[in-house]
Ligand binder design. Structure first.
Ligand code: ZN
Length: 324
């Protein structure tokens, strides 16, 4: 008898993280490489192979029964390919087939990184026990994933819930995705900082011009910094309200670097939601900060394989525990 592990892979524009994750969501063996994002597809795959090389050298690898991958999007779970916007060397790259080959034929589940975060928050975090939730990451980009009817809803290609590219400003700024006025174009960290600078906010003596610095100014009462976060919160609220109205979620969980601003973001977000989430069935929508932290991508990639649904520490022959 052996414990069931999932080999989890979290692929972003700056790092490729891997781990063995157990049935309780414990992250046991880790390996990480920087993403050689500007290099060829094969060089990037080489970094993935190095991560697996470290994991497979560990004695616990014998218990690995599946691979879960959460990747920066877009992904295509049907085709088994990834095309991360910030990793130009990978366009339609056959990651699932390549990882299956590296791991000796283990089953591979691929989802977008927002879907992975939703899986992690539903299994271990703020969405635990909620059957209908939107989970978001507000960071360099804005992403998300959905839990509907008690189950993760990745959609056919693994991208469902990608709220960052819902348009909330019909004639707004062009977005790198090709649309206009996307939530991400207004509410991501770099766009909050860009708007604040454009409106006359200036970084302090340390020269820090990130959204975190704008958040610190807002917390100290700076009017332009406050307005920058109110505008981002308004865009998020409009996108969240549209999503909640469309598919009926009662909880939105928000993580990522920008959410570290705390009440500077969550205060105006709750107020703006009252303006946009107006119909009776969405008026009770709750907002909560994410709980899973930096391991959320790994834990969620593992959960997307069904690890969470198989139960806490479930072993061969045990009854599966569904839900939580
Ligand atoms: Zn867009």
């Amino acid at each position: 008898m052996h414990t069931d592990y999932v080999a989890a892979l979290d692929i972003g524009g700056t790092k490729i993280a891997g781990a063995l994750v157990d049935g309780t969501g414990g992250v046991l063996v880790r390996a990480q490489r920087p993403t050689p994002a500007k290099e060829s597809g094969e060089r990037i795959m080489g970094a993935v192979e190095e991560v697996f090389g470290e994991l497979m050298a560990d004695p616990l690898w014998v218990g690995a029964s599946a691979v879960g991958i959460g990747s920066a999007g877009p992904v295509d779970a049907t085709a088994g390919t990834v095309s991360p916007v910030n990793v130009p060397g990978w366009r339609g790259f056959p990651l699932v087939e390549r990882v299956r080959a590296v791991t000796g034929g283990l089953p591979v589940t691929l989802v977008g990184d927002g879907v992975a975060i939703a899986a992690a928050e539903h299994w271990q975090g703020a969405a635990r026990g909620h059957d209908n939730a939107l989970c978001m990451v507000v960071s360099t980009g804005v992403g998300g994933g959905l839990v509907l009817g008690g189950a993760l809803h990745p959609g056919p290609t693994g991208n469902a819930g990608h709220i960052g590219h819902i348009s909330v400003d019909l004639d707004g700024d062009l977005c790198p995705c090709g649309s206009r006025g996307c939530v991400e174009r207004i509410a991501s960290g770099p766009n909050i900082a860009r708007w604040a600078m454009g409106a006359g906010w200036q970084p302090g003596p340390d020269g820090d011009a990130t959204a975190a610095a704008v958040a610190a100014s807002a917390a100290a009462g700076h009017p332009i910094a406050t307005a920058a976060f109110e505008r981002a919160a308004q865009a998020l609220a409009a996108g969240i309200a549209a999503t909640a109205t469309l598919v009926e979620v009662d909880l939105v969980v928000i993580g990522g670097g920008v959410s570290k601003a705390g009440e500077v973001l969550f205060g105006p977000l709750r107020r703006s939601l009252r303006d946009y989430a107006t119909l009776s069935f969405v008026q009770g929508l709750k907002v909560a900060p994410a709980m899973t932290g930096t391991d959320g991508g790994l834990v969620g990639a593992a959960a997307a394989t069904g690890l969470g649904a198989r139960g806490l520490g479930a072993r061969d022959g045990d009854a599966a525990v569904v839900g939580g």
